[in-house]
Design a protein. Structure first.
Lengths: 330, 378
């Protein structure tokens, strides 16, 4: 068991390291460097910076050093929690991101809970009542959910919400709570606004999971042990839930490894469409205005949080499922 | 799913059994694929979409870049199939725009006094078929040669451009970007998956870890970051190419996984051992014996990877990070429908969602059918 944990931990660390490298590359991608941007900003606000001063700044910030050296230096700052300042906002990046990161986490985790909560009963129903009208209806909805890009779904839901019900699904807070400090009223307000974006975000993953769950359970239901259980006169409920469902459950835990990155990705896009106060719209606007320190910090944080989430779920899975615990020992 | 298909394969009359026994692999795959009705229908739909892509300019009726300030947000206009005396005689009427003096909203009323005939294969704006053959034939045309005044099958956008014509041209862009992207990821996937599956050892370990790492990172923020670095000054052609490369970086891991799995499965097959013992060279074994036996699996994996490519392009362009106007793609068109005010004013702009959903569904079903048929002996 310990070697498995160590191996998993090692892989997570390597992944996080890879994410920092990619983030640093994205940070370096736009033409010009930090000092160019600073000079442009200064001249826009009226104070000119000479070429000599700019060069001095480059030396002071180590921009004349080789890239790997800059990377190590940047990494050193990041590890100590210093992500730099946002050009656009003129404030530390962490301050700009603020609550948005946690709202993103909340939205994504909530969507995963919804995914599981919907996929489990629907998958069981579809397998047990194979080829029933309900099965066909869920399959159809599932396929549409699978084929509709997240942003399109958000757009369509928003349009019909406004058109038919005259409700706006945009945002996560009512206008009077938007800037208010956290309170119970604000939490309630958030709980009121969250379900629709969560459902939109959960639909593609749910569709996929239902298909896997249905196929797995169908395979299990054909096994001889199910026939035996039935022959011995076990009630149908027990025949289905005792073992086949438990055996078919495996994908629920094992798919979180890709479900989590997938959901986090989706949250960015639907947040832009529905203007949710998560990091999504912030990432888009910072990329469009080339506020690279802000953008790269968001990418880094999302990546690292996803890796940690996946790691935790893997450890949880190992704790729940003896087959994995023992299988990895070999 | 494969469990279902097995049952049908064995229970046949003796004559049919003989037929199965002597059939080539290609025939077996075709027979198996034919049983998957949904996949058959999807294959036809996908073929139709690529037909549209191929003849996009002929199918369009109005020059897609042609802006007309006085024709903004025209709702879809029907064709009148029968004339006043009840004969079949498709016609459209020119539109008269009227501005509401209080709200300044433009509304349009058909001007029935001068009807115009709709003709099949009439003359319209000049273009080059397949990029080489100069032509001015269009599937739909108006007798006076000015469809931009009267023919609005799906309405117009804010700048008065015909949505139907733009949709057809966008289909070409979005479908080809998917194809080019998938070819690039196929090269990467086959190369890395092949090395991984054939040589094993350290190379396999490294490539597998790289794939695992790539799959555990949320891709959209990453690709957004990369796409945002495409300079604004680049020409549409270069942007197209850059975006293709970026989205092809998404698809290769799955393809590499399939290729590696196939190589591993085949390495210990009897016919490979036989070829080795007969002294066939490594290259001959790979290309003469291995590749033909898993080509169908790769085709299935490709048709399952294509929708992901199309979604990526559409998403990136929709966010304003992918293709940019004046390029026309599904994502670019959907960008126009981004905010609620526009949707309230011109809901027909959302029609672009339909081909996106249909083609992605079709590719998914087609891929499913191909995957089931890829191994006809199962």
């Amino acid at each position: 068991m310990l070697p498995y944990i160590l191996r998993r931990l090692g892989l997570a660390l390597i992944t996080i390291w890879a994410i920092t490298v990619v983030t640093f590359i994205i940070l370096q991608l736009p033409p010009g460097d930090f000092v160019d941007a600073y000079v442009a900003q200064a001249s826009a606000s009226g104070s000119a910076i000479s070429a000599a001063e700019a060069d001095a700044l480059r030396v002071a910030y180590g921009l004349n050093q080789p890239l790997w050296f800059q990377y190590v230096k940047w990494l050193g700052h990041v590890v100590t929690g210093d992500f730099g300042r946002s050009f656009e906002y003129g404030r530390p990046v962490t301050e700009v991101i603020g609550d948005r990161l946690w709202l993103t986490v909340l939205l994504s985790l909530g969507a995963i809970v919804v995914t599981w909560g919907l996929a489990l009963p629907i998958g069981i129903y579809s397998a047990v009542r194979q080829y029933s009208i309900g099965d066909y209806v869920f399959t159809l909805i599932g396929f549409i959910g699978l084929a509709t890009p997240n942003f399109l779904l958000a757009l369509i839901v928003m349009y019909f919400g406004l058109h038919w019900f005259n409700i706006s699904f945009g945002g996560l807070f009512s206008s009077d709570q938007q800037l208010a400090p956290w309170s119970w009223a604000k939490v309630l307000d958030l709980a009121w606004h969250l379900p629709v974006p969560m459902l939109i975000l959960a639909l593609p993953g749910t569709a996929q999971l239902v298909r896997i769950m249905r196929a797995n359970l169908l395979d299990e239901l054909r096994r001889p042990y199910v026939v035996t259980a039935r022959a011995r006169g076990l009630p149908e409920r027990q025949v289905i839930f005792r073992y086949p469902v438990r055996a078919a459950l495996n994908p629920f835990a094992s798919t979180i490894g890709y479900l989590l990155p997938f959901t986090v990705s989706g949250s960015i896009i639907i947040s832009v469409v529905l203007s949710l106060p998560t990091v999504g719209p912030l990432l888009l606007s910072s990329l469009l205005s080339q506020d690279m320190l802000l953008a790269s910090t968001i990418i880094l944080m999302l990546g690292v949080l996803t890796v940690i989430g996946t790691l935790l779920s893997d450890l949880l899975l190992m704790w729940i499922d003896p087959r994995i615990r023992l299988g990895q020992l070999k | 799913m494969s469990g279902l298909a097995v049952e049908g394969g064995i229970v046949e009359a003796p004559a049919a059994e003989n037929r199965v026994a002597v059939a080539s692999q290609r025939q077996l795959i075709w027979w198996r694929f034919r049983k998957h009705k949904l996949a058959m229908v999807s294959a036809v739909i996908v073929a139709l979409f690529y037909f549209v892509a191929l003849f996009a300019d002929t199918l369009a009726c109005t020059e897609p870049f042609d802006t007309q300030a006085t024709r903004g947000y025209v709702p879809p206009q029907p064709i009148h199939w029968f004339d006043a005396s009840g004969h079949f005689h498709p016609q459209v009427s020119a539109l008269k725009g009227k501005r509401d003096p209080r709200t300044f909203k433009l509304s349009y009323a058909p001007d029935a006094s001068e009807p115009r005939d709709v003709v099949l294969f009439g003359h319209g704006y000049p273009y080059h078929l397949f990029g080489v053959i100069p032509m001015d034939w269009h599937l739909f045309a108006v007798s006076d040669g000015r469809p931009q005044d009267s023919l609005f099958l799906l309405g117009t956008d804010q700048l008065g451009r015909d949505v139907y014509s733009r949709l057809v041209i966008a289909t070409r862009t979005s479908l080809t970007i998917g194809l080019v992207g998938v070819s690039l990821s196929l090269i990467l996937g086959v190369l890395l998956g092949g090395i991984s599956g054939l040589y094993g050892g350290v190379a396999d370990l490294v490539i597998q870890r790289v794939i695992e790492i790539l799959r555990s990172i949320p891709t959209i923020p990453l690709w957004m970051g990369l796409a945002a670095a495409v300079p604004a000054s680049w020409s549409p052609g270069r942007v197209y190419f850059a975006i293709t490369i970026i989205i092809s970086l998404i698809g290769w891991t799955e393809l590499a996984r399939v290729v590696r799995g196939r190589f591993l499965a085949l390495r210990h097959e009897d016919f490979i051992t036989a070829a080795e013992l007969a002294g066939a060279s490594r290259m001959r074994i790979i290309f003469r014996h291995m590749v033909p036996s898993f080509l169908s699996h790769i085709i299935a994996a490709v048709s399952l990877a294509l929708p992901a490519m199309i979604i990526s392009e559409t998403t990136l362009s929709f966010l304003g990070l992918g293709l940019r106007p004046p390029a026309i793609s599904w994502g670019v068109l959907l960008q126009d429908a981004q905010n609620l005010q526009t949707l309230g004013l011109a809901p027909w702009l959302l029609v672009v969602a339909l081909p996106v959903i249909v083609v992605i569904l079709a590719f998914n079903f087609l891929g499913d059918g191909l995957r089931d048929a890829a191994d006809p002996y199962g």
